[in-house]
Each structure stands twice: as structure tokens, then as C-alpha cells.
Write a protein that binds this ligand. Structure first.
Ligand code: ATP
Ligand code: MG
Length: 416
């Protein structure tokens, strides 16, 4: 037996219904907010993520699956969607093609992380992006969209954390303040943090090493170092959240694990799904489109992890059970032919009807109907055929009646 690769999983009937519910709900809500779906390839040039996600991030440095293709080109399995969507936005001039470039996508992402509950090497994201709008009202819309998604999924016990990480104008003074505040303490931090302190001090907030946390918690807060424009922007975003009635907490450590964020960052944490509790995260990325070779356009978006949303769904969520409306049991070859014709007619009428493929005994056909949980069984034998009728058994009550073959489709439709 060849088993599935570590950190990947098969999503089987019994669970897939919850996935379908999450995906269908997300598509409905995103479309309602005026976002259009696009799909991009799973493989991209490695460079796209090195430049986009950021050379100094854990994702690119440690987690990305990349390989040299047969023609020598470096290819990566996408670890996140945003750089791909930016590439598509630029490559297809979506700014001209769409009245408002608001897009969403869903699909698998790949990161070589340590597999555990809520963390996989192939996982799935729902991703939303808006391009070209500087106004803080769009930050409000995107956060409201995230919040609405959570509410429509029925997920409770969640917390929205927001922060502002500033922009290239105020970032350098904050980075300097971080390094100054760390002082000698930097030597007590883990090796990763020591490297971060030199290459990209903001990334220190990503550290998950328990021994480092006391020092990191005491570091300065980004929002105390914002330039005037960033401060005004963030105040407006918070005002929109208040106007929309969306409760949030300010989280000064929320810098997010990607280099491209500017100004607004946010995350939704779910209480009951274990240690990997971030169900979605996002923020503004005002320099990314230009950095990837496009026009100077701002952007904002978020990505939600489908596995974690599925975990966070309420236990009481009642999804309609998938089962046939009717099962057709046939005895004898002429009846079988009539059964297959009836099956076709039922299906053309939009009814979920099933039949026994192998010509088995009536008893085993009834067993199959039972396993499929069909509420109705049509029984077709020589007698029924001669009378132009079908016998109907209601499985719940074991009661039986006859209906004309010609009215069989209508009968199922009216009993549904
Ligand atoms: P985490 O801190 O949990 O590693 P992250 O900040 O790396 O999350 P993002 O890159 O912002 O995550 O991705 C957005 C969402 O995708 C996360 O909030 C999470 O729900 C989901 N996600 C990220 N990595 C994984 C993974 N390896 N397995 C499952 N879901 C993931
Ligand atoms: Mg991560």
C-alpha cells in the first residue's frame, strides 16, 4: 500500500459536506460583496514568492516547496495566493478589465511545516483581494467581509485582532526603536531572532520560542511610531469597525508572517480549535504590486484556512443528509429494462434516484436501499409491469401502495 504523504489528507464523504458548506458560503458572501472569482496556477516561478512573500520570511526561507524544472527553471508550489493574484492583476491588466478590481480565489497551498492539528503541508485557503483603493473604508469593507464570513458560517467564540504596522516612511524609525529597546537582550534571544534583528527586526514578533516571549512582549508597539498619514488611516479604520459594530482588540504583536504588509493588519482567532487557532489573517500591502513589476497600486486582502474553518464550525451544524429520493428494485430482465428507463426519467426530472447495478435478489436490493437511506423504494416485477404500475414502499413505515408507472416521476416529486 502506498500511503498519502505526511501533512496531506484525503477529505472523504462525511467530512466533505462541511467543506462544501464552507466553500459555498464563502463564494456566496464574496459574490454578494461584489468580488469576482479567479483561479491561478498552483505552480509559479519561485521568484514571485521570493520577491512577493519576502526573502526573509519563514515561508520562503524554510517552508516553500521549490524545485528545478527539466529546463533549469526554478518553480515553486504556491505557499499563499496573494503574489499569484497580484501577478494575474498585472499580467491581465485587470484594472482595465474590471469596474472595481475585487477578486477572490480558493484552492490548495503548500508549506513544509511540522504537521499537527490544524497545520498541514497541503492546506486550502479562501483568499480575497482588492486593488487600487487607498481609502480606509476599503479596509473596513474587507474586515467586515471577513467578519460576515465567520458569522454566516455560524462560528462563534472568535476574536478579531487588528494592528497597524506602518509604512516605509515610519517603519525605519520603528525598526530602529526595536533594536534600541532590545539592546543587550538580543543575545538572550533564539538564533532566528538574532538574525531577524539584523535583517528585518519586525519579524522578531513572529518568534514562537517560549523563552523569548518575555523580552518580545516588552518591546515597543508599532502604533506608537506611526507617521501622521498612517495614524490618520488607522484611526479611520477603527472608526469604521465601530460604525459597523464589529468588536476587535488591538494587538501590538500582530505584524503577520509576510513582509509586504503596510498599515492595517488583522487576524481572526477561534477559541475552540486548539493551538493553531488563527482561522484567517490579512492586511494592506501598498507596495507589493509595484514591487512585483506592476503599476503603483495599493492592495488589501485576507486569506482564511479552510481546514481551520471546518474545525471551528459549530457541532450543531445540521447539513442536509445526502441520500437518494428513491431506489428502484427490479426483478427479472423485462422489469430491469423498465426500471432503467424510469431511472433515466427520474434523473432527467432532477430526482436523485438509484438502482441496483447487479441483478440481485429482491432482499439484497432492499438491503442496498436501506444502506443508501432511500425513503422510497419502487419495486418493479413482472406483475407490476403487466399492470403498468410500480409498487412503492415507504421505508419509514414499511407501508406499500401502487402507482401508475406513468405517474411515478410525479409521485416522487410530490413526496419529496
Ligand atoms: P500560522 O501563524 O498559523 O502559521 P500564518 O500567519 O502562517 O498562520 P497566513 O499565511 O496568514 O497564516 O495564512 C492565512 C491562514 O491560512 C491562516 O490563518 C490559517 O488559517 C491558514 N494556514 C496557514 N498555514 C497553514 C497550514 N500549514 N495548515 C493549515 N492552515 C494554514
Ligand atoms: Mg505560518
Amino acid at each position: 500500500m502506498i500511503a498519502a504523504i505526511r501533512g496531506t489528507q484525503d477529505i472523504l464523504p462525511g467530512t466533505i459536506e462541511r467543506w462544501q458548506f464552507v466553500e459555498a458560503t464563502a463564494c456566496r458572501v464574496f459574490e454578494q460583496y461584489g468580488y469576482a472569482e479567479i483561479r491561478t496556477p498552483i505552480i509559479e516561478r519561485e521568484e514571485l514568492f521570493a520577491k512577493g512573500t519576502g526573502e526573509t520570511t519563514d515561508i520562503v526561507q524554510k517552508e516553500m516547496y521549490a524545485f528545478t524544472d527539466k529546463d533549469g527553471e526554478r518553480i515553486a508550489l504556491r505557499p499563499e495566493a496573494t503574489p499569484s493574484l497580484v501577478r494575474a492583476f498585472v499580467e491581465h491588466s485587470l484594472e482595465q478589465a474590471m469596474a472595481v478590481p475585487k477578486i477572490y480565489t480558493l484552492g490548495p497551498m503548500f508549506r513544509r511545516e511540522r504537521p499537527q492539528k490544524g497545520r498541514y503541508r497541503q492546506f486550502h485557503q479562501l483568499d480575497v483581494e482588492v486593488f487600487g483603493v487607498k481609502d480606509p473604508s476599503v479596509d473596513g469593507e474587507v474586515i467586515d467581509l471577513a467578519w460576515t464570513l465567520i458569522r454566516e458560517l455560524g462560528i462563534t467564540g472568535v476574536e478579531l485582532a487588528v494592528n497597524s504596522v506602518g509604512c516605509p516612511v515610519c517603519r525605519p524609525s520603528f525598526a530602529a526603536a526595536l533594536v534600541a529597546a532590545l539592546g543587550e537582550d538580543v543575545q538572550t534571544l533564539c538564533g532566528d531572532c538574532q538574525r531577524r534583528a539584523v535583517a528585518n527586526p519586525l519579524r522578531i514578533f513572529d518568534c514562537k520560542v517560549p523563552a523569548d516571549q518575555r523580552v518580545i512582549d516588552a518591546l515597543p508597539h508599532t502604533i506608537d511610531y506611526l507617521c501622521d498619514e498612517c495614524r490618520t488611516h488607522f484611526e479611520a479604520v477603527r472608526r469604521y469597525l465601530d460604525v459597523f459594530g464589529i468588536p476587535y482588540t488591538l494587538s501590538h504583536r500582530l505584524v503577520r508572517g509576510l513582509d509586504y504588509y503596510t498599515r492595517t493588519t488583522f487576524e481572526v482567532l477561534a477559541g475552540q480549535i486548539g493551538a493553531q487557532n488563527a482561522v484567517l489573517g490579512g492586511g494592506r500591502y501598498d507596495g507589493l504590486v509595484k514591487q512585483l513589476g506592476g503599476p503603483d497600486r495599493v492592495g488589501i486582502g485576507f486569506a482564511a484556512g479552510v481546514e481551520r474553518l471546518v474545525l471551528a464550525l459549530p457541532d450543531t451544524l445540521a447539513l442536509p443528509e445526502k441520500r437518494p429520493a428513491v431506489f428502484i428494485a427490479a426483478i427479472g430482465e423485462p422489469a430491469r429494462e423498465a426500471a432503467l428507463t424510469l431511472l433515466r426519467d427520474l434523473r432527467r426530472a432532477g430526482v436523485n434516484a438509484q438502482v441496483e447495478y447487479e441483478g440481485r435478489s429482491l432482499k439484497s436490493q432492499m438491503k442496498r436501499a436501506d444502506r443508501l437511506k432511500a425513503p422510497l423504494v419502487f419495486i418493479l416485477g413482472e406483475d407490476e409491469l403487466a399492470r403498468g404500475e410500480v409498487s412503492v414502499r415507504r421505508m419509514a413505515t414499511s407501508s406499500q401502495e401502487s402507482v401508475p408507472l406513468s405517474g411515478a416521476v410525479e409521485f416522487v416529486k410530490t413526496s419529496q
